[in-house]
Design a protein around this ligand. Structure first.
Ligand code: ZN
Length: 296
């Protein structure tokens, strides 16, 4: 399986932390099709890997969230892209679901349509299905599910990135107009600013992952992306952690906890005391918008 599901360490909350880009693992069969020597491949991994994001957000399990962690490098397949290149803007630079170009535009691999389809069927499709299968029972149990899409980004824009403005924030909050309640993103922005960081919304990256079968259909799925600038916590020429790592991780945890992201009710389902247990909820009952509570 190309992913790991890590259970919460305390009583569960309806939150899934998704970590798509932390791995550097490339199976031998996939390595063979990559047209780069070891040095060039190492450079590409340094640039593209969201280093240590599995660890940076690992505390989510201590607060009741389930983690869904990709075990393969995004150079094998990228679960954050649309399956169909025609729908995927990054396919224009050879970085759709299966990358064909490097960050500097060189040829990474050449696959026939048939080979690509096989790779998608073996990895991308089961990955998306497993994420859906994780979210489904949470919705059935809690009536809602919040996805936190956990990423990091390079301090200097990569040549392949759409946004080339060298002035980048420390934290980027990615949102979706359907799945990210404004108050949720506002609260998160405020909490990260309170930690002394420069925060921007949907810049330099926008959007957030939602399981495809719920995408733009099911408002009970809330989602938000948190992108951390890598220079805060790692040496961007090697991917190695800086001494600041633990402090950055603690600050992210404080900010997310302060933002109330972990007890968010996307449908405005009233959160009663003791709501964090696993009992089934009647989501057909009356609701009042959490947005009405003036949380921002
Ligand atoms: Zn990422």
């Amino acid at each position: 399986m190309p992913f790991l599901v890590l259970e919460p360490r305390t009583s569960a909350v309806p939150v899934v932390g998704h970590v798509p880009h932390a791995s550097t693992a490339i199976p031998i069969g996939v390595r063979e099709e990559i047209l780069l020597d070891d040095e060039a491949l190492a450079l590409e991994l340094v640039r593209l890997t969201d280093w240590h994001t599995d660890d940076l957000f690992e505390w989510l399990r201590d607060r009741g969230a389930t983690m869904f962690v990709n075990q393969l490098s995004r150079l094998v397949f990228d679960p954050e892209r649309f399956a169909d290149d025609a729908q995927e803007p990054m396919a224009a630079v050879g970085q759709g679901a299966i990358y064909t170009r490097t960050t500097s535009g060189e040829l990474l691999r050449e696959l026939t349509a048939e080979q690509r389809a096989r790779r998608m069927a073996e990895l991308f499709v089961p990955y998306q299905a497993a994420l859906s299968e994780l979210v489904g029972p949470i919705l059935a149990r809690a009536g809602r599910c919040t996805l936190i899409d956990c990423h990091s980004f390079a301090t200097l824009p990569l040549p392949s990135e759409t946004d080339q403005d060298p002035d980048r924030p420390d934290i980027c909050i990615g949102t979706d107009p359907f799945h990210t309640p404004a108050a949720l993103a506002d609260g998160l922005e405020r909490a990260f600013r309170a930690e002394g960081w420069r925060v921007r919304r949907d810049s330099p990256f926008s959007g957030c992952l939602v399981p495809l079968d719920r995408y733009r259909r099911d408002r009970r799925v809330a989602s938000v992306m948190i992108e951390v600038r890598r220079g805060l916590y790692c040496d961007e020429s090697t991917g190695k952690r800086l001494p600041a790592f633990a402090g950055v991780r603690a600050a992210i945890e404080r900010a997310v906890a302060a933002s109330r992201l972990l007890d968010w009710a996307p449908l405005g389902v009233e959160l009663a005391a003791g709501d964090r247990d696993d009992s089934a909820r009647d989501v057909g009952g009356s609701r009042r918008g959490r947005e009405d509570e003036g949380s921002g």
